[in-house]
Design a protein around this ligand. Structure first.
Ligand SMILES: NC(=O)c1ccc[n+]([C@@H]2O[C@H](COP(=O)([O-])OP(=O)(O)OC[C@H]3O[C@@H](n4cnc5c(N)ncnc54)[C@H](OP(=O)(O)O)[C@@H]3O)[C@@H](O)[C@H]2O)c1
Length: 237
């Protein structure tokens, strides 16, 4: 049966880490969540765990680096729901391991840009048809990073940092292009979070990392768009 009256949210890379926590928190807030995951087993498992706890969840196979996978995910989504309220572009990669811009491996840079920048652009382009059907106004949240802030830019992880700066630019571009269509587009720095990417020494829990993203999805006025957020505060690009 199609989800008609419930608020809906699609989270990319929702099989683990911050994405999985965003899915749990939104499910607990009453959203029907769609678990976007390229890992079929882990994506299904996450979705089943959420369903078993009594919430609404559906697995959708989605590799953000594969335009065919995105197109198929979009088709699968239209069989399950008649609108999308929230799209969280959470999937991302960090492949820099002590790289320096002076000897940056540009093949690694290309892979990083494909996952962290081109992927979100394609996902937004394809899922816009569903976001436009949101009765409340669609919301897109791009999971960025403090590493992408030009204000605080260091020499850390150049490929990753450049990709997140570009994702911030993607956010501004879509926010401008969609400002008359009642679709808000924002990006978030979740802080340093204990996940496979952040590592065990990171200062934040996944709950804290997901907090501002869920707040933007569910609590802030629809008029907030085109901004970069950290801990529920607007921060400099
Ligand atoms: N952890 C931090 O400290 C931190 C700080 C700032 C920003 N962030 C951002 O937060 C987001 C989530 O990161 P995380 O810390 O939760 O990392 P994580 O635990 O490594 O999770 C990354 C997620 O992205 C998915 N992913 C990667 N490439 C994908 C692709 N091509 N298609 C679909 N899914 C893909 C992964 O799927 P697989 O399991 O299949 O690999 C996984 O679900 C990322 O955008 C990251 O840049 C994290």
């Amino acid at each position: 049966m199609k989800t008609e009256h419930q608020r809906t949210a699609l989270i990319t890379g929702a099989n683990k880490g911050i994405g999985k926590e965003i899915a749990w928190q939104l499910a607990k807030r009453g959203f029907a969540v769609f678990i976007g995951s390229r890992d079929i087993a882990k994506g299904r498992e996450t979705s089943e765990e959420i369903c078993q706890a009594g919430y609404e969840s559906t697995f959708i196979e989605l590799d953000v680096t594969d335009p065919v996978s995105i197109r198929m995910a979009c088709g699968t989504f239209s069989q399950k729901a008649d609108h999308l309220d929230i799209l969280v572009n959470n999937a991302g990669v960090l492949e820099d391991h002590g790289e320096n811009i002076l000897n940056l491996n540009t093949e690694m840079l290309d892979r990083t840009l494909k996952a962290n920048v081109t992927g979100p652009i394609l996902v937004i382009q394809d899922f816009l048809q569903h976001l436009r059907k949101s009765r409340l106004g669609g919301r897109i949240i791009n999971v960025s990073s403090g590493a992408g802030s030009l204000t605080g830019m260091s020499t850390y992880a150049p490929a990753y940092s450049i990709s997140k700066t570009a994702l911030n630019a993607v956010t501004k571009q879509f926010a401008g292009a969609l400002k008359d269509q009642n679709i808000a587009v924002n990006c978030v720095d979740p802080g340093w979070v204990r996940t496979d990417m952040g590592g065990p020494s990171a200062s934040r829990s996944v709950e804290k990392g997901a907090e501002t993203i869920v707040w933007l999805a569910a609590d802030v006025p629809q008029s907030e768009t085109g901004k970069f957020w950290h801990d529920k505060q607007e921060v400099e690009w």
